[in-house]
Design a protein around this ligand. Sequence first.
Ligand code: ADP
Length: 174
Amino acid sequence: MAKILPNILITGTPGTGKTTTAQSLSERINYRYVNVGDLVIQNNCHEGRDLEYDSYILDEDKICDVLEPLLSGGGCVVDFHSCEFFPERWFELVLVLHANTEVLFDRLVSRNYSRKKIDENMESEIMQVVLEAARDSYQEEIVHSLASNNIEDMESNILRVEEWLHEWKKNNLT
Ligand code: ADP
């Protein structure tokens, strides 16, 4: 089935604002919000918890099977902290959110993450691990790196997507 609407992936280090931005965006453009982390838990798409990293050991094939029917028709805003195992065909736009070091640190501290988990996420953000993975996994022109430090950033990011969507419809639906 051909997509009549695109899918948008919002990714980035934990704490950069994916959920906040993706939920707001999906309401604004009237798309379905898809929280991959929640679906992993609800559908048991994991092999238990990795105690060292304090996170689920993801079963990538299983979560992709759960996502396929949701995403094949388009019209979804997808929220997840990694992106390299999704089929490339799913997404027409990939946004990688970033937050400044101090901003991200405060957000992670307020989540009561362990010191180890905070350090790992801070390092990942500084090394731009998610951005690099996105650039390795998707065509360069669909990957955009966006600041997500404050409400003004979020508003401007949402406006950018609305403009992009307008162009996409002009180019794909006429
Ligand atoms: P993620 O989904 O990437 O882990 P969240 O959306 O849960 O991040 O955001 C982490 C914290 O940062 C939340 O407390 C949220 O309210 C705050 N936050 C996220 N984006 C922004 C923003 N653009 N401006 C101000 N605070 C933000």
